[in-house]
Structures are given as structure tokens and as C-alpha cells.
Design a protein around this ligand. Structure first.
Ligand code: NCD
Length: 356
């Protein structure tokens, strides 16, 4: 890998992504063969937001590589509760560990952490923005269960607005040829415009649907997500959105026999339990592929000596990001970093256009 950190999968060169996916496949054939590859290495998990799968899968991946673990999953038990900044926490813990894995409710937190860390940083989810290692998991699952990453009709059903797994997935999968994305959601929970634009700029197509029944027959992949309750302003709107799209046996009967159902989990009520035993349900196998994908990533990131470290810490422009969920709103010392695009300045932390 030419970069030190994994903040967004699309920062990787295509050949680097292919290598990690291929390596995950190799590991899955004989996981115990790799059991000493991270001996004497320490991974720190900094989880500022609840997690079962991602955290445990990272921990299990490191333990299976022979490495060791430190970290917290309840910031109330760490110095964060005393008011420590992200910058200080990361500086200190990166002196103890060889790799940091961070999850935060703030968009852009992993990029912010990488500016101050002395070791590689992996983004394990930054608010409603991105979740690149879930996408590694999803792509590994597609390689195994569908056999390809291109020429696919992929339905994304649920919370396309707030679902960071959806954001990372479409961003990465639209870089493969000829994929068609069917966005199945209520009008309120549609995919952010910047990601719709990115899909079309990458040469893939986007369609919108308000009916799972009508869309399901054409799909090769159905990616279901829960409504992201924690990203809603209040319970009332959440109550209106939940339960609108539910995959049950009757709807699955309309799908191709070869379609695969993926879900990053946790599931709430969007997939009925009766679907679990259908051969098309791939979401429990997906959690196992996630383990191999993370083993592959941890190994590549910790063996990486010759890597680019983040740039110097100076504002790139006079502008300020207006997204209230952006990490720059919370950690005020952060440099204000922007990209110049056709749509104007875009915040490097959270991908929001300054004009939005
Ligand atoms: C997802 C997440 O945290 O974004 N879970 C996960 O990492 N497997 C999806 C979700 O919480 O809905």
C-alpha cells in the first residue's frame, strides 16, 4: 500500500484493493497458516460509538494473526470523559500501538486522527459518512457468492442517506465496470447527491425505486440496511421511516434464484427471520468473510514500511465546513482541508460541499 492509513477505500490504487481482496481469499482457504504474521504487533481499538461485529472482528482478526490488543469501547471509561481532545488521545495511543482502529460518531474523525497518529489509522466508521472495512467485507462476500464485482445490478434498500456502509460500497463498487445501482428507499432517505454524482461520473447508472417488490426481480445483489436511528433528530421521524421496507419470504420469491442478500448487520426488522435459511441469504457468511478481509488489511497495513504519511497541518482555504456532523465542528484546532471540484470546495473530512 502506498498510503499509511485506510480512511477511504477509494484512496487505494485499484491494484492495491485487488491485492487485499485476493489476499483475503487466500487467507480464507487456510487461516491458521497466517497465525504468526503479526506476532509482537499491537492493535489499539478506539471505539467512540457502539459496535459488536466490527470491533470484535478486528480484534479476532488481530488475535488470529498472533498480535495483541489494547483500547476502549466506552469513551466514558477513558480520558475522553475528562475532556481530552482526539488529537491528544491519538498521539498518546499511537506511541503504544502499531495500528489504530477508530470508530466515531463524527464524520471525518478517522482522517482527523490520522493527522496526529504516529502509526497507521484504519477507519472503522465515521458517523454517517464511510465504513471502508465493511466494504472490504462486502466485496469479499461478492467475490465468493456472486463471483464478480462488475456487470452487477445492485439494489440498496433501507437508509441510503445515513448508512455509511452504503456510502462506502457505492463509492467503491462504482469504480468497477458496468454496475447499475437501484436505490430503494423513501424519498427522505435517499443517497446523498455527492454520491449519486460520483456513481454517474464513474460511468455507472443509478435508478430510484420506492418498491422492493417491483425492483427485486432484476437484482443480482440486494444490500439491505437498517434505518440508522442514532442519526435521526428525534424519534418521531424514525418511527415514520422504520418498517417501510421489509424483505420477507413472499418478496424473496420474486427474486432470481442466483440473487444474494447482503446486510452489514445488525438487523432490526428489515429482514424477516424466515429469510435466514434461504440459500440466497449471505449475511451471516458475510461476517466470516469480514474476518478474512480484516486479517488481510491488518497484515498489509502493518507490514507497510514505505508509505506516504498525511500532509502538513495547515488550512488549505479560508472556507469553513458547514456540516454540523463534521469533526471540524467539534475539534476546533483541526486544519480546514478542502478539495477543489467542479461543484466547488468540498470538505476533505466529510465530503460535504461548502455551498450545501
Ligand atoms: C454497520 C455500521 O456500524 O455502520 N454495522 C457494522 O459495522 N457491521 C451498519 C449498521 O450499524 O447499521
Amino acid at each position: 500500500m502506498h498510503l499509511r492509513d485506510l480512511i477511504d477505500l477509494t484512496d487505494l490504487r485499484p491494484s492495491e484493493l485487488t491485492d487485499i481482496l485476493r489476499f483475503a481469499g487466500e487467507i480464507s482457504q487456510n487461516p491458521s497458516y497466517y497465525c504468526g504474521n503479526c506476532q509482537h504487533k499491537i492493535m489499539a481499538t478506539l471505539f467512540y460509538e457502539p459496535s459488536t461485529r466490527t470491533q470484535m472482528s478486528f480484534q479476532a482478526a488481530m488475535l488470529r494473526l498472533g498480535g495483541k490488543l489494547i483500547g476502549f469501547d466506552d469513551p466514558e471509561n477513558s480520558s475522553v470523559a475528562k475532556g481530552e481532545t482526539l488529537k491528544d488521545t491519538v498521539r498518546v495511543i499511537s506511541n503504544y500501538a502499531d495500528v489504530l482502529v477508530i470508530r466515531s460518531p463524527w464524520e471525518g474523525a478517522a482522517l482527523a486522527a490520522s493527522l496526529y497518529a504516529r502509526c497507521p489509522v484504519i477507519n472503522a466508521g465515521d458517523g454517517g459518512h464511510l465504513h471502508p472495512t465493511q466494504t472490504l467485507t462486502d466485496l469479499t462476500t461478492l467475490n465468493y457468492t456472486v463471483g464478480r464485482l462488475e456487470n452487477l445490478t445492485v439494489g440498496l434498500c433501507g437508509d441510503n442517506k445515513n448508512g455509511r456502509t452504503v456510502h462506502s460500497l457505492v463509492r467503491t463498487l462504482s469504480r468497477y465496470k458496468n454496475n447499475r445501482f437501484v436505490l430503494i428507499s423513501t424519498p427522505q432517505l435517499t443517497l446523498p447527491q455527492y454520491l449519486q454524482d460520483e456513481i454517474t461520473a464513474n460511468g455507472c447508472t443509478v435508478e430510484f425505486s420506492h418498491s422492493l417488490e417491483k425492483s427485486i426481480p432484476a437484482l443480482e445483489v440486494l444490500y439491505m440496511t437498517r434505518i440508522q436511528k442514532e442519526r435521526f433528530g428525534g424519534d418521531e421521524e424514525y418511527e415514520r421511516q422504520k418498517g417501510v421496507f421489509v424483505l420477507d419470504a413472499a418478496k424473496l420469491a420474486l427474486a432470481k434464484p442466483s440473487m444474494r442478500v447482503l446486510h452489514p448487520l445488525p438487523r432490526v426488522d428489515e429482514i424477516s427471520v424466515e429469510v435466514d435459511d434461504d440459500p440466497r441469504a449471505a449475511y451471516f457468511a458475510q461476517t466470516e468473510y469480514g474476518l478474512y478481509a480484516r486479517m488481510a488489511l491488518i497484515q498489509r497495513i502493518t507490514e507497510n514500511e514505505d508509505r506516504q504519511v498525511p500532509p502538513t497541518l495547515a488550512d488549505t482555504h479560508q472556507a469553513r465546513c458547514g456540516n454540523p456532523r463534521c469533526i471540524t465542528q467539534k475539534e476546533e484546532y483541526l486544519p480546514h482541508l478542502f478539495r477543489e471540484t467542479a461543484a466547488g470546495l468540498v470538505c476533505k473530512y466529510c465530503d460535504r460541499a461548502v455551498s450545501e
